[in-house]
Design a protein around this ligand. Structure first.
Ligand code: PLP
Length: 393
């Protein structure tokens, strides 16, 4: 049998190297990486600043464990705190691990404040928080839970964009509300700003913690450093991963002071979390994101891309039902009977890599460093893909 467990349906292409927004396959084709390794490769492939930061660190020290002081970790955490709502950061290695941490921290906060019973979280239908047992329970997606026993306890799942639905399930055991500002895997479904503000108000009213899952939306993806900034809300806890270190595995849980104070030595941990290599990649990524003008340029480029996509939607309303998302987190809602993956396959034939999401959505999550010429490439590939889809070549 295949020595790699067959948990993925893989596209039969492999890559030899990457150059900025492009990937070069082993059979010599050049693709625009419009999926960015699923919202991970924020600075593109082989970015000179990231590569040299990582090589320099690799030649000095990789890992010592959190038994010891890690100055690179403290320095990076200080920078993150400075750039966000948070007062402290816990480092881990993935999105699911960050969300597990976020849920645990919310529970611990209530426990140390005399309310051990308040372990329950309110979560939203259509969300995705990772593939661990707790995060599967939180999202309650039947497809992901099938065969894995009873869903983890402690989550009350409600439909999104209804504050009434949230209000109805709040009980004396509720401790937190969990939300992705834009539901990613669910189909790039942005939640209304008023709804997000309403969740903040409900949390305040009932002394709940607001946990935002910015694993996909965070670190510049939507044109602001964090997507919750668009709605002008302040979370209590935020989970990050994906784009945080541009492809080096890294996750982080950010929290306000009152929440972070609940976490004392021995309460949580991660062997690899925040090691020197991850911190070098994350630190270099954040430096670029915080460079003067980086995010405003990203917003400009994304406007060009949105305009181009809109022209495709206008030309092909029979294929593109709607475009949704923010910044460079974009979903093309494909109109049935056309199928997202089919459109994606045709786009790939024209050199553009994409990724599907729920609700028949084709996702674009290109590196944040794309420029006008990449926008043109994406639009041209998609135009040709639409033509192919119509003639079913
Ligand atoms: C991808 C994702 C996760 C899980 O991240 P992993 O690194 O795959 O564990 C969690 N939440 C959201 C919103 C995601 O998009």
């Amino acid at each position: 049998m295949n020595a790699v467990m067959q948990t993925y349906g893989r596209i039969p292409i492999s890559f030899e190297r990457g150059e900025g927004a492009y990937l070069i396959s082993t059979d010599g084709h050049r693709y625009l990486d419009g999926a960015g390794g699923i919202a991970v490769v924020s600075m593109g492939h082989n970015h000179p600043k990231l590569t040299s930061a990582l090589i320099e660190q690799a030649q000095r020290l990789w890992h010592v464990s959190n038994l010891y002081e890690i100055p690179e970790q403290s320095q990076y955490a200080e920078k993150l705190v400075e750039a966000s709502f948070a007062d402290a950061v816990f480092f881990c290695n993935s999105g699911a691990e960050a969300m597990e941490g976020a849920i645990k921290i919310a529970r611990k906060f209530h426990s140390v404040n005399g309310a051990r019973n308040r372990y329950r979280s309110i979560t939203l239908e259509g969300s995705f928080h990772g593939r661990t047992l707790a995060t599967l329970g939180a999202a309650n997606n039947p497809n992901h839970l099938e065969g894995f026993g009873p869903p983890a306890e402690g989550f009350d799942v409600v439909p999104p964009n209804s504050l009434e639905a949230v209000r109805e399930v709040i009980c004396s055991d509720t401790g937190a509300i969990v939300v992705e500002p834009i539901q990613g895997e669910g189909g790039i479904r942005p939640l209304k700003f008023d709804y997000l503000k309403g969740l903040r108000d409900l949390a305040d009213e009932h002394k709940l913690l607001l946990i935002v899952d910015e694993v996909q939306t965070g670190f510049g993806r939507t044109g602001k450093l964090f997507a919750h900034e668009w709605a002008e809300i302040t979370p209590d806890i935020m989970a990050c991963a994906k784009g945080i270190a541009s492809g080096f595995p890294c996750g982080a849980v950010l929290a306000s002071k009152k929440v972070a104070e609940a976490m004392t030595p021995g309460t949580h941990g991660s062997t690899f979390g925040g090691n020197q290599l991850a911190m070098a990649a994350a630190n270099a990524t954040l430096d670029i994101l915080l460079e003067n003008g980086f995010l405003s340029k990203l917003q400009q480029v994304s406007k060009l891309l949105w305009n181009g996509l809109q022209s495709i939607a206008d030309a092909h309303p029979e294929i593109v039902e709607n475009i949704r998302g923010q910044g460079l987190m974009i979903g093309l809602v494909v109109r049935s009977p056309f199928v997202n993956s089919e459109l994606g396959n045709f786009a790939r034939n024209h050199g553009l890599l994409t990724v599907v999401a729920g609700e028949n959505v084709l996702r674009l999550l290109p590196p944040l460093i794309i420029e006008e010429q990449e926008v043109d490439f994406i639009i041209n590939s998609l135009k040709q893909a639409c033509a192919d889809l119509l003639s079913k070549v």
